[in-house]
Design a protein around this ligand. Structure first.
Ligand code: ADP
Length: 759
């Protein structure tokens, strides 16, 4: 007799059990021998042989007899009757039992049992028919002879616990046992049905998704074919869909563009928002989002191009080449931000264009002059009617690249106003820490500006806020001398003017003398903007003559200039013709370059009043006070003059308003000259601030001032001693033409000018 522990199987009397694939051997731990009697004993928990104890078993077992064992190890057993386990002795190798019979109470007729079996079988078959196993399973089910056999076979699938399975065996009456089995099977079927319904629902929703995707692909395919056949009919939405796909936007930008596109689809063409949505998509899809690869910079080639485009400007070009070298070493497309400072027409913007050409990158100019509103830089939010992107992003769009050379013109002309502070917005644009995620309010998504090479221009650094100025490296454009201008005109401006008007070089000849006359008599500037205008005018007039066929070729001499330029020579700020006490020539710096100015002082009968007239700024008015006090202290014996007269100081209006302390020394000398009666030669000019202690203090803009002095025909210039180093920046031609005298004290100035020859 073999004791076989089992777990989680329903075994009841009077059925055939089929153990497949050596499962019987596994739980019995012995080979099955046909004819042997077995006692099945049910475990309360699934335990291994080594762990089993007497108390691990339920107290009711069941007998069986091995009927057949085939070659594959499949075992057929017929079960007998239930037994009570009265005693149990578990050792490592065996389980010894003492048993007594436990008969069933037969309270169910065979017909009734059959009816219950049929009922359970029907429920099971109905369920199976709806599954993929339908047919096979049906044949299998037909082999069962009783509800017990059915339950035993399905043991592992039933959703009831091990204990409930034991209760089926433990039920003493057939009616209770049958009821328990039928309930277990019907429950199983119901649970399986619900599971299947859920799976089917899931499947059908998946199916719908697949179907949708397939349909979409098909629509896209057909749409593409239609678009190819009729490109003119492509709808806005389609066009933008394609553009968005190709644009290579970053994640945020892509999401925003898709959102706007969806909105556009929903709103339709008649909506009042359509235009706004269209403009947005048109803008963002025309930007270049992909990074341009870094191109190697050929410094020699770059140098050649800078020289080709611009005459002179040695220092500036050197600094640019340095910048390009650093960018190459750093493997970056941008470097420190250069700020070109100088008078108009000195080539600041156009050299920016040359940098782009030298680097083979696109160029774009963004004018910032007069901007008051932060939104002009950073864009307007799209909620505003007529909202637009800011000038920076608009510039990027125009450039058609993500790494253009961008010239920000006139950064000194930004105005702080109620519209916010545009310079702080600009700071963000130029900050390499932040500008890789620059967010224009209109776009509302970040754009990477870190590959843009920014170059700024300004006429002066005075009006640039400190934080902005600190971010940039200042490079001065001091302006051109007359001979620089001559070369620029001959090599660049004139050939360009001729070419743009279709005049062949040999058909228009301008003599060198005429060119020099244009420079000296028809223009008065530090740059060459006016000169360019004059040459353009001249070429236009010549073009008319050539077209009319009056002559085959035109030549221009100084005498004939007026015919071509349709203008009189400029009334020039030239040195004075004669000298006069109280009148002294000074040098001023303006945004248009250097200029000369006369300071006139006069005593009129009065009572010590002071009158100041002319175009003076506040700082200059203070200089007048200092000058008067200084002269009074230098000429104590002339005190009476100041008491009995009114002192009138006048600064004749020049073309540009002037301010700054650098006229201090000129005023002091003018008043001293008036007081002493010694006139100063009109060939002498001067510049310098004065202190009350009588020292001459340094000033700015020396190169421009000296150039202006030379233009005006001055021969001697007095400059503050501390400005001597600035002479390095002054063109040789200018230094050669002038006698430059550094001075330290006001008394020195008075001596050198002959005002106080006696001291
Ligand atoms: P800015 O920006 O300083 O006001 P621009 O760059 O607009 O001046 O220059 C005005 C014109 O003068 C341009 O046509 C420019 O090409 C020309 N120009 C200025 N400087 C030079 C130079 N050194 N060589 C050749 N052309 C020059």
């Amino acid at each position: 007799m073999l004791t076989v522990p089992y777990y989680n199987i329903v075994i009841i009397p009077g059925i055939y059990l089929y153990f497949q694939n050596n499962y019987f051997q596994k739980i019995a731990q012995k080979d099955a021998v046909v004819g042997e009697t077995v006692i099945f004993l049910m475990l309360k928990e699934d335990k291994t042989r080594e762990e089993m104890r007497a108390e691990d078993f339920y107290p009711i077992g069941i007998t069986g007899k091995i009927e057949a064992v085939d070659k594959e190890g499949n075992v057929k057993i017929v079960t007998g009757s239930r037994v009570n386990v009265d005693a149990i002795d578990v050792t490592e190798t065996s389980i010894e039992l003492s048993l007594t019979e436990r008969p069933d109470v037969e309270d169910l007729s065979p017909q009734e049992a059959e009816a219950h079996f049929e009922n359970a079988k029907m429920a099971f078959i109905q369920y199976l028919q709806k599954t993929q196993f339908g047919l096979i399973a049906r044949n299998y089910v037909q082999q069962w002879d009783s509800l017990g056999e059915m339950t035993a076979t399905l043991s592992f699938l039933l959703e009831i616990s091990n204990e409930e399975k034991y209760k089926i065996l433990a039920a003493d009456t057939l009616s209770e046992r049958t009821e328990r089995m039928e309930k277990a099977i019907c429950e199983y079927v119901e649970i399986e049905k619900v599971k299947k319904e859920a799976a089917d629902a899931q499947e059908s929703s998946n199916e719908q998704i697949y179907r949708e995707q397939a349909l979409k692909k098909q629509i896209e395919f057909l749409q593409n074919q239609l678009d190819e056949m009729h490109p003119e009919n492509i709808s806005d939405v389609r066009r933008f869909e394609q553009k968005i796909e190709k644009a290579g936007m970053n994640e945020t930008a892509l999401a925003e563009a898709k959102k706007v596109l969806n909105r556009m689809k929903q709103e339709g063409q008649n909506s009042h928002e359509y235009g706004m949505l269209y403009d947005y998509l048109d803008f963002v899809t025309s930007l270049v989002w992909k990074k341009e690869p870094m191109r190697p910079v050929d410094l020699e080639h770059a140098e050649k191009i800078l020289d080709e485009d611009h005459f002179g400007l040695k220092k500036v070009k050197n600094r640019i080449i340095q910048q390009l070298a650093v960018m190459t070493l750093n493997q970056k497309q941008a470097g420190s931000i250069l700020l070109f400072v100088g008078a108009p027409g000195t080539g600041k913007t156009s050299i920016g264009q040359s940098i782009a050409r030298a680097l083979g990158r696109s160029y774009v100019r963004v004018s910032l002059g007069g901007i008051r509103d932060e939104a002009e830089i950073r864009g307007h939010r799209r909620t505003y009617i007529g909202a637009m992107p800011g000038r920076i992003m608009e510039g990027i769009k125009r450039s058609g690249a993500s790494n253009p050379v961008m010239v920000l013109d006139e950064v000194d002309k930004l105005v702080k106003d109620y519209g916010g502070d545009p310079s702080s917005a600009l700071l963000e644009v130029l900050d390499p820490e932040q500008n890789n995620t620059f967010t224009d309010h209109y776009m509302n998504v970040p754009y990477d500006l870190s590959d843009v090479l920014f170059v700024c221009t300004a006429n002066t650094t005075d009006s640039i806020p400190e934080p902005l100025l600190n971010r940039m490296e200042v490079i001065q454009f001091p302006g051109y001398t007359a001979s620089d201008k001559f070369q620029i005109a001959k090599r660049h401006l004139l050939p360009k003017a001729k070419e743009s008007m279709g005049i062949k070089s040999q058909n228009l000849r301008i003599s060198d003398a005429a060119l020099r006359a244009i420079i000296s008599d028809y223009t008065m500037e530090a740059g060459v903007r006016g000169l360019k205008k004059q040459l353009d005018t001249l070429c236009r007039v010549a073009a008319v003559r050539l077209v009319k066929g009056e002559k085959k070729s035109v030549s221009v001499t100084p005498k004939r200039l007026r015919e071509f330029l349709d203008q009189r020579p400029m009334p020039h700020d030239r040195k004075l013709e004669e000298k006069q006490p109280g009148v002294v020539t000074g040098l001023a710096w303006t945004q248009a370059g250097g200029d000369i100015l006369y300071i006139e002082a006069l005593f009129t009968k009065g009572s010590g009043e002071m009158i100041v007239t002319g175009q003076l700024g506040d700082v200059m008015k203070e200089s007048v006070q200092i000058a008067v006090s200084l002269v009074k202290s230098l000429y104590p014996d002339k005190a009476e003059l100041f008491e009995k007269n009114d002192l009138h100081i006048h600064v004749p209006e020049g073309s540009v308003p002037k301010d700054g302390p650098s006229a201090g020394i000129t005023m002091t000398t003018a008043i001293a000259s008036l007081v002493s009666g010694n006139a100063v030669s009109p060939e002498i000019a001067m510049t310098g601030e004065v202190s009350l202690r009588g020292y001459v203090m340094p000033i700015g803009g020396l190169p421009e001032k000296l150039m202006a002095a030379q233009r005006a025909g001055i021969t001697t210039v007095l400059i503050p001693r501390e400005n001597q180093n600035d002479l390095d920046d002054v063109a040789e031609e200018v230094k050669d033409a002038l006698t430059i005298i550094p001075v330290h004290r006001v008394t020195e100035v008075l001596e050198k000018t002959g005002v106080r020859a006696d001291s």
